[in-house]
Ligand binder design. Structure first.
Ligand SMILES: NC(=O)c1ccc[n+]([C@@H]2O[C@H](COP(=O)([O-])OP(=O)(O)OC[C@H]3O[C@@H](n4cnc5c(N)ncnc54)[C@H](OP(=O)(O)O)[C@@H]3O)[C@@H](O)[C@H]2O)c1
Length: 323
């Protein structure tokens, strides 16, 4: 039984990871800004901000393993907030992990550090090409992780998850809901490639990064191994929902102009813009990745096929009245 800290353990991916660790019999602490709506029995939830270095230090003290997941992933934070949460927050975790000599730190990056990939499938050696403040700050955090690894030998492994699907995910639910209601309009031609991964598969990869010595000093892209154009993904979701896809496309150029206007007007009023460039990048970026490195070095093997991942996620949304 290991003492394990999960930063962001109340979030979507963190919640699934924490649940799996509890099943294994580990002693699990979660550190994050809010407490979860449905706490998992046996988890010690600490409430704190990742930008509070003392809070982070106290949470890391006495831990064998730290999984660092906190990020501004779901909120369109200002550039400054993205910097402080993703970069400064990671620095706090790194320094605390060094001070308390943890046995393993698993840092969560993202395939977003590669941005929209030109040659598919991309892999861990593909050039970095972040496209927005979230991706840029996630990249800077990862680069700082590697600096600390080289300078100190702290046993760190980095995970770059592919876009996730699964119970409790509040991001893809919008896509499912709109497809089911036959209101999902595709901005652009719908050709960009998608590779959604089932959350349980990615959690299994996180555990391998904690357990395997081969994971230390390495970054791994984790996800499923099926990718397809957005148009086909929408068709698959529509089939599972029992509806025909709307099939409506609007050109990208005017949407970009509207996103710029929304980004100029809404944030100064303290409001989240209804349309922003990061949302548009969903319709533009190619996300198709090779998971061979994780397969070969960690024995990682995703078990849930894409259609099944869609079906399971849809059933969960339906059971919980989300779609
Ligand atoms: N989901 C994906 O498709 C995906 C893909 C690639 C990488 N990732 C990475 O995976 C990690 C987890 O993502 P997720 O999907 O689980 O996102 P999530 O549900 O938003 O989880 C992030 C957690 O971090 C917390 N948090 C945010 N800012 C904080 C702060 N300043 N101090 C303390 N806690 C804070 C959030 O709490 P609040 O409720 O207070 O915001 C939330 O509990 C992130 O590092 C993300 O970059 C996710």
């Amino acid at each position: 039984m290991a003492k394990i800290l999960v930063t962001g353990g109340a979030g979507f991916l963190g919640g699934h990871l924490v649940g799996e660790l509890i099943k294994r019999g580990d002693e699990v602490t979660s550190y994050g800004r809010h407490l979860p709506d449905s706490p998992i029995e046996g988890v010690r939830y600490l409430q704190g901000d990742i930008r509070d270095d003392r809070g982070v230090d106290a949470a890391v003290a006495g831990m064998d393993v730290v999984f660092h997941l906190v990020s501004n992933f779901r909120s369109a934070a200002s550039d400054g907030e993205a910097e402080s949460i993703n970069v400064t927050g990671t620095e706090h975790v790194l320094q605390a992990a060094l001070r308390h000599r943890v046995d393993r730190l698993v840092h969560t990056s993202t395939i977003g550090v590669h941005g929209s990939v030109r040659e598919v499938p991309a892999n861990e050696r593909t050039a970095f090409n972040p496209g927005d403040a979230y991706q840029e700050t996630k990249l800077r955090a990862e680069q700082r992780v590697w600096e600390i690894y080289r300078e100190t030998g702290l046993p760190i492994s980095v995970v770059r998850p592919i876009s996730l699907l699964g119970p409790g995910d509040e991001r893809m639910v919008k896509l499912f809901k709109l497809v089911k209601k036959r209101r999902f309009v595709i901005f652009g031609d719908g050709s960009p490639l998608f590779q959604p991964a089932y959350v349980d598969d990615v959690v299994a990869g996180f555990l391998l990064c904690m357990e395997k010595d081969e994971a230390v000093g390495e970054a791994f892209i984790l996800g499923g191994d099926e990718y397809l154009p957005l148009n086909e993904l929408v068709e698959m979701i529509a089939e599972e929902c029992g509806v025909r896809p709307l099939g409506l496309h609007v050109p990208m150029a005017p949407m970009q102009w509207m996103a710029s206007v929304c980004e100029a007007i809404f944030p100064p009023l303290g409001l989240e813009p209804p349309l922003h460039h990061r949302r548009l990048s969903f319709f533009q970026n190619h996300r198709a990745f090779c998971i061979d490195k994780a397969r070969e070095r960690l024995g990682f093997e995703p078990e849930v096929r894409l259609r099944d991942a869609i079906r399971r996620t849809l059933h969960w949304y339906e059971d919980h009245g989300w779609v």
